[in-house]
Design a protein around this ligand. Structure first.
Ligand SMILES: [Zn+2]
Length: 458
């Protein structure tokens, strides 16, 4: 969103020219330069002129993302065969109308573990001239087709032709999408010579590159065949775009883990191997005290440092817990976002947009089991973490390191801070496998105060 600051700059230039009594042609030249920047900004997605798009992943390892636009088409199954053969997952930005034409292919893309992004309903040639409401409809109607045919939702959006402008920026905001661009453009729909396309892609490749291709021709299929050999040769691994930016899912995951940590803070004691008399005393006190906890309410401040953002994200809210299995996290600032865990379901209110997830779905099954299990203590018969204890001035600290590779994929370590002489957690520090860190500080904690039922509804 550099557009508005540039307009200010343009106005300033005009004032400047006026002050120095510039002649008419200076105004005209200034206006032309302004227009040129606008046009350039609307076509060059990597500039982030109107919309901040993800164009690459910040990473230290050799990995790239393959993205395919404009499908599914009659050629897509061949692409899928090839990707399967190389055990590579890609991201497909699909057009709604194409999904309606090739529903089975679309379902196959999902079934084979690739990620899906929204590429509008009709990929209209006049995309750049549509109003914000027409653009919003284009995106929402594509979402509907994705939901109907594939029974999934996606946060990812790729602008057709990479075009962005103020209307498109508004539509992206309204539909809560994350805009995805690229930093390696194959031009596979424009260039005929396969070798040239291959060279363009391989020459520009960097760690974390997002490559734009189209699953719309035999030609690109052959380029892909060579490209996959190249990637294997140069020892590049691949990632899907949602793995970096699926912020909503990431948030849910964090909340859920945060919740689990907080709750598990009460009970971890019972089953962890203890070291030293101090740890023993601390642990037994915490478990004795927390046995009496029926409800718990606390304000929290969450600070999250994401790998792909420069700034940290600070959010505020309130957490409520009622044993055995009701839990709510309500973010109040800077945006409204609530998540409630109740009787095997997860309810979400995302700024007025309500949805629910069956906790039996794969992603949440484990988390739910942990939460419910931790409130009755059963999960610690099968501990997932190695726990060590520390003292530091004002705190007793329990450090959790996952034992299973499954959890290690997400989490490197978690630290729970207990103020001296207190049995509830006041602070959680979590380091994810990706290097992202989350710090949650709890304040105004109330124990066993009655919590109105409205806290557990959206
Ligand atoms: Zn396209």
């Amino acid at each position: 969103m550099r557009h508005y600051s540039f307009i200010l700059f343009y106005l300033f230039c005009n004032v400047f020219i006026y002050a120095f009594q510039g002649s008419l042609w200076v105004y005209v030249a200034c206006f032309l330069a302004f227009s040129a920047v606008m046009v350039w900004g609307s076509f060059a997605i990597e500039l982030g002129y109107f919309v901040k798009s993800i164009t690459h992943k910040r990473t230290k390892i050799k990995e790239v993302a393959l993205t395919f636009d404009d499908g599914p088409t009659e050629f897509t199954p061949k692409f899928l065969d090839l990707l399967k053969e190389h055990e590579i997952k890609a991201t497909f930005f699909c057009i709604g109308k194409q999904i309606e034409k090739y529903p089975e292919t679309f379902q196959r893309i999902i079934a084979e573990g690739h990620s899906i992004g929204n590429h509008t309903l009709s990929h209209s040639n006049s995309t750049g001239f549509l109003s914000a409401s027409k653009m919003t409809a284009e995106i929402e109607n594509c979402d509907k087709v994705i939901k109907k045919v594939g029974n999934i939702q996606t946060d990812l959006y790729r602008p057709p032709f990479g075009v962005t402008n103020p209307s498109i920026a508004k539509a992206i905001l309204r539909t809560h999408k994350t805009s995805v661009g690229w930093n390696v453009r194959s031009l596979d729909t424009i260039i005929d010579d396969e070798k040239k396309i291959y060279q363009r892609v391989t020459k520009g490749l960097k760690k974390g590159s997002i490559i734009l291709l189209h699953d719309t021709s035999e030609k690109t299929y052959r380029v892909l065949a060579d490209l996959l050999v190249f990637l294997a040769d140069k020892k590049y691994s691949t990632f899907t775009v949602d793995s970096i930016i699926n912020s909503r899912k990431k948030m849910i995951k964090n909340i859920a883990f945060g919740a689990f940590l907080l709750v598990s803070g009460f009970f971890f004691a019972q089953n962890t191997a203890m070291s030293g008399a101090e740890a023993k005393a601390f642990v037994s006190k915490v478990s004795a005290d927390t046995k009496e906890i029926k409800t718990l309410q606390s304000d929290f401040t969450q600070t999250k440092k994401l790998d792909f953002l420069d700034k940290s994200i600070v959010t505020y809210g309130k957490m409520s817990l009622q044993t055995p299995n009701m839990l709510s996290w309500k973010y109040t600032k800077p945006y409204q976002y609530s998540i409630v865990f109740k009787s095997n379901k997860i309810y979400i209110n995302d700024q007025g947009k309500k949805s629910s997830v069956d906790a039996k779905s794969k992603t949440f099954e484990k988390i739910n089991k942990l939460i419910v299990g931790s409130s009755n203590g059963t999960m610690f018969n099968d501990p997932e973490f190695t726990v060590t204890y520390f003292k530091n001035g004002n705190y007793n600290v329990a450090k959790f390191v996952p034992k299973t590779s499954q959890l290690l994929k997400y989490i490197k370590q978690i630290e729970l801070y207990f103020p001296k002489n207190q049995s509830t957690v006041s602070q959680v520090n979590m380091t994810e496998a990706s290097g992202d860190t989350t710090n949650i500080v709890f304040k105004n904690t109330k124990i066993n105060a009655s919590i109105p039922a409205s806290e557990f509804t959206l």
